[in-house]
Design a protein around this ligand. Sequence first.
Ligand SMILES: CC(C)(COP(=O)(O)OP(=O)(O)OC[C@H]1O[C@@H](n2cnc3c(N)ncnc32)[C@H](O)[C@@H]1OP(=O)(O)O)[C@@H](O)C(=O)NCCC(=O)NCCS
Length: 169
Amino acid sequence: MPAALSLVIRPARLGDALAIAALHHTAVHQLGAPYYPREVLAHWSPPVTLTSAERRYRETQDDGGLTLLAEQDGGLAGFGVVLPEAGEIAACYVAPELSRRGIGRALLGAMEATVSAHGVHEINVRASLNAKSFYSAFGYHVSGRGEYRFEDGTVMVVAFMRKDCSPVG
Ligand SMILES: CC(C)(COP(=O)(O)OP(=O)(O)OC[C@H]1O[C@@H](n2cnc3c(N)ncnc32)[C@H](O)[C@@H]1OP(=O)(O)O)[C@@H](O)C(=O)NCCC(=O)NCCS
């Protein structure tokens, strides 16, 4: 289904941090649940507080991450985090009730354009298993299998995926 015409992509602000973290929590626990055990989901997205949400937002910025929001009718529909100079997509999350309406596509397109604008033509993503089909649909190929190890030793399996965006010709 195509994205609604009212979809707006804009850079996030600190004041968006709580809504971003809440959407992340919902998306992880609903869309990730068929692919990961409960203890992995709990580490991937622990309960959200304003303090933890703002800390995470600031850490993302300190790491060189640009957070983009997708808003529909003024409400948060999804967000993405891109590290343009590193050519890395660090996050792409859509509200579960708005899945498969092209919001992820719009966010990914905006993040890829940001990377290209920095003269970087290879994009890498550490994709959760539930998101592999999404990235594959946009030309990303699996380059390896990765493991993210949380502090207590819990392991989350991910897929390293890569896309060559070099200009043609
Ligand atoms: C992955 C995610 C961002 C996709 O967002 P979305 O808005 O539903 O995706 P879109 O509607 O733009 O999908 C575009 C295309 O991607 C593919 N795709 C998306 N989700 C898919 C799925 N679950 N299974 C198979 N293909 C999928 C399809 O080809 C789809 O086109 P179609 O709907 O016309 O068939 C969303 O499911 C999500 O937030 N997942 C949980 C968070 C997460 O794991 N994010 C990745 C972290 S690296």
